[in-house]
Design a protein around this ligand. Structure first.
Ligand code: SF4
Length: 143
């Protein structure tokens, strides 16, 4: 059983609406049980919603949307809901959408909303890694 970012298999949950359908990941459905989730929708955010990026404030990782609102609580709630699901179902592996403030692995937006990336993981990705769940970024999977 593999957790996947729901947008990667065609669910319309992206912040601006639409999805990130990635045929190679959709193909996996033929051989694996995929569990699609969207951390931001599970955190209570609607679709579409304002884009958000991670910033370090007083040494803590926070998430702000482009309007300057602190949305950290919702991001953490969505990630926690998914972690609980992984623990219940015994999921040990996830393929998550590169670059997202929830699902990104290795690189995320730098908080300036300019498309500039910085080293780091999304809120969900970090929570899964901290709990021993393997995360593969969608870019790495496709390569
Ligand atoms: S939170 Fe993850 S699953 Fe949801 S739209 Fe963003 S990248 Fe896709």
């Amino acid at each position: 059983m593999i957790l996947v970012s729901a947008c990667l298999i065609g669910l319309d949950c992206k912040y601006k609406g639409g999805n990130n359908l990635t045929p190679k990941i959709l193909e996996l459905m033929k051989t694996e049980d995929l569990v699609p989730v969207c951390a931001e929708q599970l955190g209570g955010f609607s679709t579409p919603r304002p884009p958000a990026e991670i910033k370090i404030v007083d040494g803590k990782r926070k998430v702000f949307n482009i309007n300057g609102e602190d949305v950290t609580e919702g991001f953490e709630k969505g990630a926690k809901n998914i972690l609980d699901l992984c623990l219940k179902l015994g999921i040990k592996k996830a393929i998550l959408k590169s670059g997202s403030p929830s699902c990104g692995y290795g690189k995320v937006g730098d908080g300036t909303f300019t498309g500039t990336k910085t080293e780091g993981n999304g809120i969900l990705t970090q929570m899964l890694l901290d709990n021993g769940i393997e995360v593969i970024s969608s870019d790495d999977f496709v390569e």
